[in-house]
Design a protein around this ligand. Structure first.
Ligand code: DI6
Ligand code: FE
Length: 408
């Protein structure tokens, strides 16, 4: 086994599954691609003493960041719609006129897989440069079988070439394609009977998502997608209560969903059902900011019920063209009232929970993958505090330094 030591680090260690405590002068022992031991430098067991060592210089060492909700593979962009919204047009109205998600569907369908990889590469690069070691990527801009599968293949290729862990989510029920206008139930049947089983058989699906919203699909239609997903043994998650209160979040929790995402319009009284089901609340302040929403997610109730809160970029060409986890951490604090430590948990342990991977990634514990991020910071609050300053000094991904070599 190849052993390396990261020494003299300021560690963020998880206590009781949720709170962090700071451990200065800490060592992380990495054996091959896993964490083998963690503790104060002074307590390092003798058997590790001769190993290769890297001095972290007292800087902050966190788990590698996990972006648990992105749509970063797509063709084209929607800067023109951004201009229209600035003139007062509404996101939902633009969608109803055939723009919005459908504009990106047209650009994605006409792109080759190679094009999709090429166009999406700088977007993934932006996440990676800010310490991301795991990213979730959704389909949902194909809305027909082959393009949905090609999007997920492109996601896999991108992540392999960047050396990043990837979770791929099938989002065939993202919007109603124009060829099914007025026949949403028929489209859902196609999703369930053809698109999803084909994507699953192609081996490109780790989970299944749906957009439950008045501009997308009803609770009953979302349930049909979940039935099929769960029949295939795939975990489910839901874009729920983003623009209105539809009831998708409670339905999803009652079916054991990994996460419900957005949830600005989730009533505080409904939060208990998330807690009972262990469903993670994924908050997406990028979309809230870009769409100039006013309705805040029920953060106090989430805390009160102990619902794990994750944060993610929602990186997409419409509602959240945001490719900075650090900016999202800042927005989580300034817009949603999270603490900087909650924001960090939102991009680490709770993001891992939202992906069903908390036994493998998301915290610095023996047995977990050696995915770590080193920061030019003396306290974790600095991650959320700066805007536009990338303090990431480097990452360890699966035991290997990624990028420009070991940090000085
Ligand atoms: N909610 C979102 O915020 C994204 N998808 C979704 O269901 C927006 C996708 C887009 O506008 O392209
Ligand atoms: Fe989304």
């Amino acid at each position: 086994m190849y052993i390396q030591l990261l020494q003299n680090a300021l560690l963020t260690r998880l206590v009781d599954g949720n709170d962090y405590h700071l451990l200065p002068d800490a060592t992380v022992v990495i054996g091959d691609d896993r964490i083998a031991w963690v503790g104060p430098d002074a307590d390092l067991p003798d058997r590790y003493r001769g190993a290769d060592r890297l001095d972290c210089g007292g800087r902050l060492l966190t788990p590698g960041l996990i972006d648990c909700h992105t749509h970063l593979v797509y063709g084209g962009n929607r800067a023109g719609e951004f201009e229209r919204r600035l003139q007062g047009e509404d996101y939902g109205e633009i969608a109803r006129q055939g723009g919005g998600i459908m504009a990106t569907v047209r650009a994605t369908r006409s792109a080759t897989t190679e094009d999709l990889v090429m166009q999406s590469r700088p977007r993934l690069g932006a996440l990676v440069s800010e310490g991301v070691t795991t990213v979730e990527i959704k389909s949902g801009y194909g809305l027909e079988r082959d393009t949905e599968i090609r999007m997920l293949e492109a996601a896999g290729r991108l992540c392999r070439e960047a050396g990043v862990r990837c979770q791929r989510t099938f989002l065939g029920a993202h919007a109603l394609p124009p060829e099914f206008f007025g026949r949403a139930d028929d489209y859902i049947a196609l999703v369930c009977d053809d698109m999803l089983p084909a994507a699953a058989a192609a081996g490109v699906v780790d989970a299944v998502d749906a957009f439950c919203e008045h501009i997308a699909f009803s609770v009953a239609q979302t349930e049909r997608v979940f039935d099929r997903a769960q029949g295939l043994g795939l975990p489910v998650k839901c874009h729920a209560e983003q623009l209105s209160h539809m009831g998708g979040a409670v339905m999803s929790a009652s079916r054991g969903a990994l996460s419900v995402d957005h949830i600005e319009y989730l009533p505080a009284e409904s939060v208990g059902s998330l807690a009972e089901a262990n469903t993670v609340a994924v908050l997406l302040p990028g979309a809230f900011y870009i769409l100039k929403e006013r309705q805040l997610p029920p953060v106090a109730a989430l805390r009160e019920h102990g619902v794990p809160i994750a944060l993610a970029t929602d990186a997409n060409p419409g509602s959240s063209p945001v490719f900075s986890p650090l900016l999202i951490m800042n927005m989580g604090c300034t817009l949603f009232g999270l603490t900087p430590l909650e924001a960090l948990a939102g991009f680490t342990i709770n993001a891992a929970r939202a992906l069903g991977l908390a036994d493998r990634i998301g915290s610095i514990e023996p047995g977990k993958a050696a995915d770590l991020a080193l920061w030019n910071c003396g306290h974790p609050a600095e991650l959320s505090y700066h805007v536009g300053l990338n303090s990431c000094a480097g990452v360890v991904q699966g035991g290997q330094w990624r990028g420009g070599g070991p940090p000085a």
